[in-house]
Design a protein around this ligand. Sequence first.
Ligand SMILES: [Zn+2]
Length: 193
Amino acid sequence: MFVSDLRHFLEMPDDAPGPARKMAEQLGNVVRAATAAEAGTAWVSALPCRRRPGRRSCPGHIAVFRPDLPARIEWRCDSCGDEGVISGWEGTYFDLRAPKRRRSTGTVADIVVPDEVATALRDLQLLDADCERLVYRARAVDDGVVLRADGDELDELLGFVAAEANHEPNRRRQQRLDRAFAVLSDALQTMGS
Ligand SMILES: [Zn+2]
């Protein structure tokens, strides 16, 4: 069981070793996922497990649980069983709890996207809080990742993807963003029809 206080990972120096930075990034993402969705139930996020048992990437995703009374966030890989608890996350940059629950304005759809699209969305730099919540409450399922959104939310997310794709100098990242854009705009069209 990996017990961590997120505050110890927030002020990581620039010359910190790679594994420490990767761990900090993973813990931050776990907090984002756990706070993007409602408290009180355990669910499997789209975050991949970072472990490499037997030198192979673990195929698992990280399940998260945040009790109603915020104190600590529990996480566990659904494949290798790696697990931990995180404290000290409240009020940090990674805390995505909404001040008030946003009311859906239209039909809410479950959109299944490939894992790599979910990864590209997590890498977006310019998301507003609503879109960030949408991206981090994505759930892992057998055939990919489920994004639950209404038309307005999806439209907003598409705007961020397009803006970032336009300014992305790295060709590979740009292709990833273009692919994410195509998948999401298909989904939006299906919702509208
Ligand atoms: Zn694992």
